[in-house]
Design a binder for this molecule. Structure first.
Ligand SMILES: [Mg+2]
Length: 251
């Protein structure tokens, strides 16, 4: 099964240039009121700095060292145990501490202001600003409503169009929401605003749902990290590694 290879924010290739052109072309062809539906975590934002910061805070509080040794390069997916193993944590340490670490990680990662720790993906804001000339923007994220203020601040600080230009931000009501049911309801709500013409997302489950529900939209799988579920993006969905172009290397 083909899985995402992890973040590569500075990767460029002629194929990536062509796919970014295809995304812009889809925006130019869109009709009035059409929408771009854009994911945040693992898509427009690199969440590895948030994970590293959260793990270092936990290590500092608890007097542990292994979580403090995690670097962004150790994070290839959402399997925290595998991340700690890549950072060198011994099995015996993981056996004794993993459950407590996982709980503390969850609280830290989903804390209200935690999204301010993320790094924007290079080139993503430029693309989204270009999309905004042709499409309405909807940021659709599994983050919860408690993250709203920090998310809007993080978008503004990184140069993404915000609500002042009409962009909408759709978040889960709370942390314990039934994710699949919420996602369907969110799409019902989005359809009330316009026709989704473009999707960018890093979860195979999500891109497959979008593709099934909106066969005429351009659905792009952003290859960063994703859940450990054994799901592959459907055949025909293009994979995007990052948002930079080959001509950007000197910039
Ligand atoms: Mg995501």
């Amino acid at each position: 099964m083909r899985r995402a290879r992890g973040y590569a924010p500075f990767a460029t290739s002629p194929a990536q240039d062509a796919l970014l052109d295809r995304v812009l072309e889809a925006a130019r062809r869109a009709g009035p009121g059409d929408l771009a539906v854009l994911d945040l975590d693992g898509c427009l934002f690199d969440t590895r700095p948030r994970q590293v910061a959260v793990l270092r805070r936990i290590a500092s509080r608890e007097g542990w060292t292994w979580p403090a040794r995690v670097e962004p390069e150790h994070i290839l997916d959402w399997d925290l145990r595998a991340t700690l193993r890549r950072a060198g944590a011994p099995e015996a340490w993981l056996e004794a501490r993993y459950d407590a670490l996982r709980r503390a990680w969850f609280d830290g990662f989903f804390a209200d202001d935690a999204p301010l720790l993320d790094h924007p993906m290079p080139g993503a804001a430029r693309l989204v600003r270009a999309l905004a000339r042709h499409l309405g923007l909807v940021y659709l994220s599994g983050r919860h409503e408690g993250n709203r203020a920090a998310t809007l601040r993080a978008l503004a600080l990184a140069g993404f169009p915000g609500p002042e230009g009409g962009a909408r931000l759709v978040l889960q009501p709370g942390r314990g929401t039934d994710y699949a049911a919420w996602k369907r309801q969110a799409l019902d709500r989005i359809e009330g605003w316009g026709r989704p013409a473009l999707f960018l997302d890093n979860e195979p489950d999500n891109v497959n749902l979008f593709r099934e529900r909106y066969p005429e939209a351009l659905v792009v799988f952003v290859e960063t990290d994703h859940s450990a579920r054994p799901v592959e993006p459907a055949a025909g969905i293009p994979w995007l590694r990052g948002f930079l172009r080959t001509g950007d290397v000197a910039g």
